[in-house]
Design a protein around this ligand. Structure first.
Ligand SMILES: Nc1ncnc2c1ncn2[C@@H]1O[C@H](COP(=O)(O)OP(=O)(O)OP(=O)(O)O)[C@@H](O)[C@H]1O
Ligand SMILES: [Mg+2]
Length: 510
């Protein structure tokens, strides 16, 4: 007899239906899986056989029968152990050991040898697919159920063992009703730094506020120990909260990457990713086969912080250029595209030179000109052109350093940021972008009009080569954010002048 059970695989962040067909016929004992299985799927027959036996049914390995399992469509590579449960059910169904209707049901789960179900990655994506494709039930390991239950309109059943699944399917076991409140499961990071704990650096703090309000990229340059890393970490405390839709997007990524902390179901806070400077291109951008999300995708809707920026490998930095512009990364593997979202705020930090004290009034720089030039090479060129705010983070004087900490500073700034974001949301109603940094070039004239005095200022910068065409557009978007922060519909000369001042790339040019 032939049986058909439905399961699913992940292509990037999106799930796709996989049909699992099993044919059991009498003959020489054999158990075969076809349809581009990888090693883990191949090994599934061993796990499945033992798990079936542990659940009280005769193992296919001890029967005089030929079992053929086919995973379709055959041109997608099937990887991992998530098909254990559907393969086991499909076999038992084909062998007439159990009876249920597989129609409308999607199964996923790895089996332990004793029949227990082990948790899987990507439950949220599977639940979304199940709903989209009109399935009525998603059956998976107990630990993954709350994550799937975030999606309304589909019954998500979490069970402990293969035996429980069979009992449920044959009507001997009920399941608890699902009425989770996603808010209860919200995962919040702790250790958030309040900006008020960072002394001085008012200029940098203002720049952070602007960056957060319009989602602009920024680079901080300054001597060692002046608070650059601290400032970058504090950005999370002034960014607006994630909307529910954004939280779902971020959660889907973390779920597929297997990075959701145990017991947590939905990401409640913007991600902050800080990859080490020795990271490879694949680690940062994503890739591998099958493709996995990289740091830029894990930073989606949050912050990608590149500390010690000039220490990153040149090709790694170059590879960032395209995703920064497009807000996504597309990876092509054989026949399939995997697209990962990557809308993040790039925050970078660097010393001005290898010794760190170039331009410092307090200490003398000991680097040679050629050392500085070599170090600075990565701080120039196309990637730097994508940065909107260049900020000097100087040494802090003792008087400031020993001053009283300002409590609740971050929440005050955050309120301003949220107000500016509200203005942007209202302005961009009906558009497919939400923040100033994403205004496409074709709409810049419409959303960032400037008067003739402002135009003269920009003309001087562009004609003297200090602003590239991209820089010109970036300055206009930045001035839009500065105007929004002061609740001004018009971009004034002061707003534009402030925006231009942040583009002064030549801090401490040797
Ligand atoms: N402005 C500041 N206010 C309060 N503490 C500060 C400030 N700047 C630095 N510190 C203290 O110094 C430590 C190091 O700061 P941080 O790591 O941010 O420096 P940095 O600028 O990133 O240095 P480096 O260039 O060496 O990476 C902080 O943990 C904090 O204790
Ligand atoms: Mg640092």
């Amino acid at each position: 007899m032939i049986s058909k059970v439905y399961s699913s695989c992940l292509l990037g962040l999106n799930a796709q239906i996989i049909e699992i067909e099993t044919n059991v016929s009498y003959g020489l004992r054999r158990f075969e899986i076809v349809g581009l299985p990888d090693k883990a799927v191949e090994e599934s027959k061993e796990r499945v056989g033992t798990a079936i036996e542990s659940s009280g049914y005769p193992s296919p390995h001890h029967q005089p029968e030929r079992v053929l399992v086919s995973l379709a469509p055959a041109d997608i590579k099937k990887e991992g152990s998530i098909y254990d449960l559907p393969i086991a059910l499909s076999y038992l169904l084909a062998d007439n050991r159990i009876k249920f209707s597989p129609k409308g049901k999607l199964f996923l789960g790895e089996l332990a040898l004793d029949g227990r179900l082990r948790p899987i990655k990507g439950a949220l994506s599977f639940a979304q697919l199940a709903k989209e494709k009109g399935f009525s039930e998603l059956i998976l390991p107990e630990e993954n159920a709350p994550e799937g239950q975030i999606i309304k309109g589909i019954k998500v059943v979490g069970l402990k063992t293969l035996k429980d699944v069979i009992d449920y399917l044959e009507g001997r076991k009920g399941v608890p009703s699902q009425n989770i409140n996603p808010k209860e499961f919200l995962f919040e990071q702790d250790n958030i730094i309040d900006i008020g704990h960072i002394k001085g650096q008012e200029y940098a703090k203002r720049a952070l506020e602007i960056a957060a309000a319009g989602n602009h990229n920024l680079l901080m340059i300054g001597p060692p120990g002046t608070g650059k890393t601290l400032l970058a970490k504090a950005i999370i405390s002034i960014l607006p909260p994630l909307s529910f839709e954004e939280a779902l997007e971020v959660t889907r990524i973390y779920s597929v990457a297997g990075l959701l902390p145990p017991g947590k179901v939905i990401m409640g806070q913007r991600p902050f990713r800080s990859p080490h400077h020795s990271s490879s291109e694949v680690a940062l951008i994503g890739g591998g086969n099958p493709p996995r999300p990289g740091e830029i995708t894990l930073a989606h809707r949050g912050v990608l912080f590149l500390d010690e920026f000039p220490e990153f490998h040149r090709d790694v930095l170059e590879a960032l250029r395209q995703p920064i512009e497009e807000g996504k990364i597309v990876i092509l593997r054989a026949k399939h595209y995997s697209s990962f979202p990557a809308k993040f705020m790039l925050v970078a930090a660097s010393n001005p030179c290898p010794c760190g004290y170039l331009g410092s009034p307090e200490r003398k720089c000991t680097c040679t000109i050629s050392q500085i030039r070599k170090y600075r090479r990565k701080l120039s060129g196309p990637l730097m052109d994508r940065i909107d705010l260049f900020i000097n983070v100087p040494h802090v004087r003792y008087k400031k350093l020993s001053s009283q900490e300002e409590e609740g500073y971050s929440s005050k700034i955050r309120e301003e940021v949220i107000k500016a974001r509200e203005i942007q949301k209202e302005r961009f109603k009906g558009e497919n972008f939400f923040v100033n940094s994403e205004i496409p070039i074709s709409k810049i004239k419409k959303y960032c009009p400037i008067d003739s005095r402002c135009q003269d200022l920009l003309k001087r910068f562009v004609d003297s080569g200090k602003l590239s065409a991209r820089g010109y557009h970036r300055v206009l978007r930045l001035s839009r954010t500065i105007a929004d922060l002061s609740n001004s519909e018009k971009i004034s000369f002061d707003h534009l002048a402030e925006a231009v001042s942040y583009r002064a790339k030549d801090i401490y040019t040797p």
